[in-house]
Design a protein around this ligand. Sequence first.
Ligand code: SF4
Length: 331
Amino acid sequence: MPDYVTFSRNVFLPVTNVCRNRCRYCGFRRDPSHPEANLMTVEEVKQVLEAGARFGCTEALFTFGERPEEHPAFKSRINEIGYSSIIEYLVDLCKIAIEYGLLPHSNPGVMNLHDLKRLKPFNASMGLMLETTAILPAHEGSPGKIPSVRIETIENAGRLKIPFTTGLLIGIGEDREDRLQSLIAIRDLHRRYRHIQEVIIQPFSPKPGTEMAGFPEPTHQEMMDMVSLAQSILPDDIAIQVPPNLTGFSDLIRCGATDLGGISPYTIDWINPEAEWPQISELTKKLGGIHLKERLPIYPQYVLNHWYEHDSELADLIERYADREGFRDEY
Ligand code: SF4
């Protein structure tokens, strides 16, 4: 058993739920014409950031539907507020987060090299779930879920030395061999660029009203097997993350999980809104003798090796929050 597991204290900002993809399990996505289609305004974002700062959070987790401006109606909407793309808007939101004292971690879906270059100076780390290297019916109609396209984004992040989060979605129709191949692909990317800070092992969770609402969730045994497999394939400097609101995490820690991801004292999990975050105090109790250690959205090894722009407001903030080992300082 490890001496400690880590987590990051965050706020979750679902900037838009409009998405060009149509993943069959997704309960988050909305068409631009849907009454619940959303684009957070700057004022709404600031309100969450202000609360996050008040609750002692260090991470602003920006999530999205992917390339929403491929829908002409959304393109008009983003143009109306003065931006040509969601990435351009995101750059400004990241700058605002830094002003509020939060470290951005952006997950806007697949990105090209140009997008990554624009975002890097204003992000402590970034992320894109690989999900799987298999071609699956669950992803028909989702051009952004073609495995090679996602691998290209992760690889470009490595070329730019962006500390990166990725992961696998377990139970969407892939088999164990696919899971193994997905882990090997991540391991090989990390061997080339050393930039993968964590791999999330996320269970599929069926959502009412989606095409896969009746699909079974992976069993606890399958999750334990997956974490053990990840532990055997991935190098030691990659954390294995399991979400504490979706898994029996104590067993998974025994199998090799080392991180519980972003936990928010203020916002809900917008992708799995039915699954509440545990309170941080509750987690400490459930972990028994294992210490719960707070980290930043950038992992200690990248803090200590300065994988961020020097002499920038982002650098100042990282250095203000980090202790000598690169974890979060006491606050
Ligand atoms: S890319 Fe993400 S937001 Fe878009 S449909 Fe797929 S799971 Fe949903």
